[in-house]
Design a protein around this ligand. Structure first.
Ligand SMILES: NC(=O)C1=CN([C@@H]2O[C@H](COP(=O)(O)OP(=O)(O)OC[C@H]3O[C@@H](n4cnc5c(N)ncnc54)[C@H](O)[C@@H]3O)[C@@H](O)[C@H]2O)C=CC1
Ligand SMILES: O=C(O)[C@H]1O[C@H](OP(=O)(O)OP(=O)(O)OC[C@H]2O[C@@H](n3ccc(=O)[nH]c3=O)[C@H](O)[C@@H]2O)[C@H](O)[C@@H](O)[C@@H]1O
Length: 442
C-alpha cells in the first residue's frame, strides 16, 4: 500500500519505518529540512534503539523516502497518517493548531480517495474538527477520517509498534476500517486484537490509558512516601501487591514523578476535557498534584541532609532523560531538579549516556558536563541518580568513593540494594525505603 506520514518525530518516524518494513511504500514529510536531510542519509535525529537499522534497510530497498513537500508526499498515498505535535496550550488543553493546519492544507491538495488517519493524541471530538477542516475545499466522498491512537513507548518504540498489545481504530466508515485492518494485519498475526470503534471512543481510549498509567505511578509514589514514614519498604510492597494479576507488576515503580512528552500533557488535557463537559475529575486532579510534589521530593531530601544550606555545594547527576533508552528530555523531572538545585546556590556536573546534547542546549554553561559517569563525581558533595540507565546499576563503588567528597547518594529510582549501600558505607537515600546513614555505621 502507498502511505504518507506527516511529521517525522518519535511517532511518525517509527510508524513510517515499521509500515515500510512490512512491505508498504512510505513517504514521510516534515517541515524541518534538517531532519529530512539527515533521514535521507539514514541518520535518525532521535535516539531510538533498533530504529536506524530498520530505516537504513528500508531506504536501501526504496520502500521509504523523505520530503518537505506535502503535496508530493500525499499525491499517490491511499492512507495519510498525521503524527504531528499536540503540545499543551497555555491553559493545559491540547493545542490542535498543527493537526488542523495540515488538515486544511490537505483539503486543497487531494484529488482521489484517501484515508486520513490521526495518530496524534487529541481530545475527544477532534476527528470531527479534522473532517470540517478537510471539507473546506474537498468533497466528502474523497476522504474518510480515522482515529488511530498510538500506544508505543519511547525507548522500545520499534518493538511496541511491531508487536502492539492492541490496535485501536476509530471510524464510522466501513471502507476506511477495512483499509486500516489490511494495513495492520502483519502486526496482529499473533492474535493481538484490532478494536474497531467510533472515533470519539478511540480518542478517549488514548487519554484513558495514559491517565490510568500516570495514576498508577502517582499511587505508588504516595505509597512510597507513606512507607518511608511507617518504616515499610516500598520495594517489598510493590512486589507483594503486583503479583496479584488484577493489579499487575508493571508501572508500579515509585520515583521522582512521571515525565516525558506525554503523561504530563495528556493528564492535563484530559482534566480540561472533563472541565469542558462540566465534570470534576477528582482523581485526575490528585494525580497532577501528587506528581508536582513528587518532582520536588529529592530536592527536599537533599536540603534536609545538608541542613538547608546548599549554597556552594557541588552535586553530580547521573541520568537526565525522562526514562532510560531515550534522549528525550521533554518534561523530564531532571529539568525541575536542576533548576531547584541551581536556585538554591548549588553547582552541578551532569552525565547521561545519550541526552547530553539536548541538556546542553537547555542549560549551556549554567552546569558542567562529564564525558562519563565517573568524571562528574570529582569533588562532589553527593550524587543524584535521576534515570535508571543500566550502566548505573553496577558501578565501581570503590572508584566512586575515591572521587566523591562526601559518600552520599540520593537515588530517585531505587537502583541499589540497601544492603549494598550499608556494606559500602554510603549515606543513601532513596524513595519509599529507609535511609542508610553511614555516620551510624561503626
Ligand atoms: N512520543 C511518544 O512516545 C508518543 C507520542 N504520541 C503523540 O504523537 C504525537 C506526535 O508526538 P511526537 O512524535 O513525540 O512529536 P515530535 O515533536 O517528536 O514530532 C513531531 C514532528 O512533526 C513535525 N511537524 C510539525 N509541523 C509540521 C507540519 N506542518 N508538516 C509536517 N511536519 C510537521 C515536526 O517538525 C516534528 O518532526 C503527539 O500528539 C503525541 O502526544 C503518542 C504516542 C507516543
Ligand atoms: O502517549 C505516549 O506518548 C506514550 O506515553 C507513555 O510512554 P513514554 O512516555 O514513552 O514512557 P513510559 O515508559 O510510560 O514512562 C513515562 C514516565 O513514567 C515514569 N514511570 C514509569 C513506570 C513506573 O513504574 N514508574 C515511573 O515513574 C518514567 O520514569 C517516565 O518518566 C506510555 O507508556 C505509552 O503507552 C504512550 O504511548
Amino acid at each position: 500500500m502507498k502511505i504518507a506520514v506527516v511529521g517525522t518525530g518519535y511517532v511518525g518516524l517509527v510508524t513510517g519505518t515499521c509500515f515500510a518494513e512490512t512491505g508498504n511504500h512510505v513517504t514521510c514529510v516534515d517541515i524541518d529540512m534538517n531532519k529530512i536531510e539527515a533521514l535521507r542519509k539514514g541518520v535518525t535525529p532521535i535516539y531510538e534503539p533498533g530504529l536506524e537499522v530498520l530505516l537504513t534497510r528500508n531506504i536501501k530497498e526504496e520502500r521509504i523516502s523523505f520530503t518537505d513537500d506535502l503535496k508530493e508526499a500525499v499525491k499517490e498515498a491511499v492512507v495519510i497518517f498525521l503524527a504531528l505535535p499536540t503540545p499543551s496550550d497555555q491553559d493545559g488543553s491540547a493545542d490542535l493548531k498543527y493537526v488542523l493546519q495540515v488538515a486544511e492544507e490537505l483539503s486543497g491538495m487531494i484529488t482521489s480517495y484517501k484515508v486520513i488517519v490521526n495518530k496524534s493524541t487529541v481530545p475527544v471530538g477532534t476527528c470531527e474538527k479534522v473532517t470540517a477542516a478537510l471539507s473546506k475545499k474537498l468533497s466528502k466522498d474523497l476522504f474518510d477520517v480515522v482515529s488511530n491512537p498510538e500506544f508505543l513507548r519511547e525507548g522500545v518504540a520499534v518493538e511496541d509498534f511491531l508487536k502492539p498489545e492492541r490496535v485501536v481504530v476509530g471510524s464510522s466508515s466501513e471502507k476506511a476500517s477495512k483499509i486500516m485492518g489490511e494495513l495492520y494485519s502483519p502486526f496482529v498475526r499473533q492474535g493481538n486484537p484490532i478494536y474497531f470503534m467510533d472515533a470519539r471512543s478511540a480518542e478517549m481510549t488514548k487519554y484513558a490509558a495514559n491517565s490510568f498509567l500516570a495514576m498508577k505511578i502517582s499511587f505508588m509514589n504516595e505509597m512510597a512516601n507513606l512507607c518511608e514514614k511507617a518504616g515499610a519498604n516500598v520495594d517489598w510492597v510493590r512486589i507483594g501487591m503486583g503479583s496479584d494479576q488484577r493489579i499487575g507488576k508493571r508501572f508500579l515503580f515509585p520515583g521522582i514523578g512521571y515525565g516525558g512528552s506525554c503523561f504530563p500533557k495528556d493528564v492535563l488535557a484530559l482534566n480540561l476535557t472533563a472541565k469542558e463537559y462540566d465534570y470534576d475529575f477528582k482523581l485526575l486532579r490528585s494525580v497532577l498534584e501528587v506528581n508536582k510534589i513528587q518532582k520536588k521530593l529529592i530536592v527536599d531530601k537533599i536540603r534536609n541532609h545538608y541542613k538547608n544550606n546548599l549554597s556552594g555545594k557541588h552535586f553530580a547527576l547521573w541520568g537526565l532523560a525522562f526514562k532510560p533508552e531515550t534522549d528525550d528530555i521533554r518534561d523530564a523531572p531532571s529539568l525541575d531538579i536542576i533548576e531547584a538545585l541551581l536556585g538554591a546556590g548549588a553547582t552541578l556536573s551532569v552525565y547521561d549516556p545519550v541526552a547530553m546534547e539536548n541538556i546542553r542546549k537547555k542549560f549551556s554553561d549554567r552546569i558542567g558536563y562529564g564525558m562519563n559517569q565517573y568524571e562528574v563525581l570529582h569533588n562532589a558533595d553527593g550524587l543524584l541518580i535521576l534515570t535508571e540507565w543500566s550502566e548505573f546499576r553496577n558501578p565501581d563503588f570503590d572508584k566512586m568513593k575515591r572521587l566523591l567528597k562526601e559518600y552520599a547518594i540520593f537515588d530517585g529510582r531505587n537502583v541499589y540494594a540497601l544492603e549494598k549501600m550499608r556494606e559500602m558505607n554510603f549515606h543513601y537515600e532513596s524513595i519509599g525505603r529507609e535511609i542508610v546513614d553511614h555516620r551510624s555505621v561503626s
